[in-house]
Design a protein around this ligand. Structure first.
Ligand SMILES: [Zn+2]
Length: 230
């Protein structure tokens, strides 16, 4: 039996197909290694960066960015006896405790003696319960999507001021103008609702560290914009 021209063509076709398949596999593998393609879960890429590997506290957590699978709750500390809080069980991530103390010391100097931390760290179960209970979801994130689960966010309140008036109160204005000096940002400003997906929350402050907080403050950026900047 002799090998005809048709057989040779067929062998070549199979060889070409095998080469192309191999090339595609290698390309996918390289893209995956470069972090450009995730086999499952959250999409990654230049347009959807959500963390700064040099600064772990600069992590974007919102409706589109759940806490990453590899996220481990930071070491938590109770605020009791360090800064005023709504109860003895209010906790924050350990790295937030000192900046929060400095923020409160400065607030006291500015005459804000009734400021306190209403809410700090929230467990996944607590967030689930809150989400279930909330009739108005514009102020609440789904479980796994809340900054309160990181230990890096606090809701602040003033004994003299009602929730609805906090933004326009002396405390609210002072925090909006000064919290960045201690590494905190006003996370849900009134004019960025479309980006954050959350209604204006003058009481919710998020620790991101001083360099990021300064940039956000100076350039008027929310975290969604900050993590995606060039
Ligand atoms: Zn909050």
């Amino acid at each position: 039996m002799t090998i005809g021209a048709r057989d040779i063509r067929r062998v070549r076709q199979v060889r070409t197909l095998a080469c192309l398949t191999l090339l595609a596999v290698v390309a996918l593998l390289m893209a995956w290694l470069a972090g450009l393609w995730a086999p499952s879960g959250e999409a990654r890429g230049p347009g959807s960066r959500n963390r700064d590997t040099d600064h772990p506290t600069v992590l974007l957590v919102n409706a589109d960015h759940p806490l990453p699978d590899d996220f481990r709750t930071p070491k938590l500390v109770t605020l009791a006896g360090t800064v005023p809080a709504s109860g003895s069980r209010v906790k924050v991530a350990a790295e937030v405790a000192e900046p929060l103390r400095s923020l409160f010391a400065a607030a006291r100097k500015a005459g804000l003696t009734r400021l306190y931390v209403a809410i700090g760290y929230r467990t996944a179960a607590e967030q689930r319960a809150l989400w279930k209970r909330a009739e108005d979801k514009s102020y609440v994130q789904r479980p796994g999507h809340s900054e309160h689960q990181t230990g890096w966010a606090v809701d602040l309140a003033d004994l003299r001021v009602g929730d609805g008036e906090f933004g326009d109160s002396r405390a609210g204005r002072w925090l909006a103008g000064n919290a960045w000096r201690y590494g905190f940002i006003l996370r849900y400003p009134p004019d960025k609702e479309e980006l954050t997906g959350i209604a204006y929350e003058p009481w919710h402050y998020r620790y991101v560290g001083r360099p990021a907080a300064r940039t956000c403050h100076d350039q008027g950026l929310v975290l969604e914009e900050y993590v995606r900047r060039a």
